[in-house]
Ligand binder design. Sequence first.
Ligand SMILES: Cc1cc2nc3c(=O)[nH]c(=O)nc-3n(C[C@H](O)[C@H](O)[C@H](O)COP(=O)(O)O)c2cc1C
Length: 403
Amino acid sequence: MSGVSENRNIVLGITGSIAAYKAAELARLFVSRGYTVRTIMTQSAQEFITPLTLQSVTGNVVMTDFWESAQPQNIEHIEIADWAHAIVVAPATADLVARMAHGLADTPLLATLLATRAPIVLAPAMNVNMFEHAATQENITVLRKRGIHFVDPEEGALACGWNGTGRLADPWEIFYNVRRYLAKGDMTGKRVLISTGPTREPIDPVRFISNRSSGKMGVALAQEAFVRGADVTLVHGPVSVKKVPDSVRRIPVTTAVEMHAAVLQEYGAEPYDVVIMAAAVADYRPKYVAEDKIKRREFKDRIEMVENPDILLDLGKQRKDSKRPVLVGFAVETGEIDELLEQARDKMKRKQTDLIIGNFASDAFDLDTNHVWMLDRTGRQEEVATTFKSRVANRILDAVLRL
Ligand SMILES: Cc1cc2nc3c(=O)[nH]c(=O)nc-3n(C[C@H](O)[C@H](O)[C@H](O)COP(=O)(O)O)c2cc1C
C-alpha cells in the first residue's frame, strides 16, 4: 500500500471452534489487499472447515500435519515461522490458549507459534463460561505478559446458545489490529481528530436536507491512521462506521450544528496533533423545524434557510498562529481543474488550514476510490491519481507528517 511501509507475509492459524468459517473471510480480506497468506489448521479445525476452502482463498497449500510433507532439507514449521511477518490465530480455542501458555509444540501450529519471532495476535472464540473461566483468563494473562497480542471476543448471542463474551471479533476488527502490529507505527502516540459523512438538516418529522457524502474518505482516514499507530476520534454524520476499529472513538452526530459543537468541544478538550475535516457539512439549514409534516401545497412557502456555523473557519480562528495541530480541510467542486485548485487555495487561505485536499464530486461521492490534489501551506502541490480511498488516506497522512 503506497505511503505506508507494511510487511506483508501473514500466517493464519485456525483452531477447532464453530467460528472457524469466519477465518476464510479474514483470509480473503488480507488476500484482497495484497497480502500473502499461508494457513495452518489444527486437526479439530478441519472438522469445521476444509483446508481446500483456505487453499482456494489464499492460493497456498494449507499446513495440517507435521509428518506428511516432512523433508530433511526443509523443516516446514521453522521455515513458515521465519517467513511470517505476523501470525494471527483466528479463532483461537481455549485449548490453543492453554497449550500455548505452557509452551507446548505438539502440532504444526503450536510449534510455529513457539518458533517465530514475528508478532502474534490471538482472536479467541469460545463459550462465555470457557472464556471467563479462571484457567482461560490466567492463561491469557500469562500470554499477554509474554507480548502476545489479543483481539478480544465480542459480547452477544453465541453459537452454543449462551449469551455473553466469547464471540469471535469481527474479521474487519482482526484485520485492522493485525495491520497495526505490522505497520511501522509512524503515527504512534499522535492524537487525530477526523470528521466525516454528510449532515442532515431536518425540515419536519419526515424530511431533511442532506448531500451525497458516504463518509468513506473519512472512514478510510480513521482506519489508516489507526493502522499507523494513532489515537483516533471520529465525529461522523449518519453513515456506516461498522468497519472502523473498535478502539477508534466515535461521536455520532446528525446536524451541522451538532457536528460543530462536537468538533469544537473535542478540540478544546484534548491536545490533538492532527485535525482532518472530511465531512460534507450543510452550509444552510431550515430556520424552523416543523412539528408536523408540512403539507404539499404549503411546502414552498414554509422553508426559510439560515446559515450554519463554519467548523473549519472556527478551528482556524481558535488555533490562531500556532502550527499545531496540523489542520486539514477538504474542498469538493464540480467543473474544471483550474477552478478546483483556485477554490482549494482560496479555502486554505480563508480558513487558515495547513493542507487542503481538492476533489471533484464525481470522483469522490459514494465511491471506494478518489482522485485528489493536495495543496499545502508551503506551496507544495501533489496529485494522487484515482486509487482506493485507503491509499489516498495514506498519501494524505504522509503529507500531514511532512508538515
Ligand atoms: C461443535 C463444537 C464446537 C466447538 N467450539 C469451540 C469454540 O468455539 N471454542 C473453543 O475454545 N472450543 C470449541 N470446541 C472444543 C474444541 O474443538 C476442542 O477443545 C479441541 O480439542 C480444540 O482443538 P484445537 O485447539 O487443537 O483446535 C468445540 C467443539 C465442538 C465439538
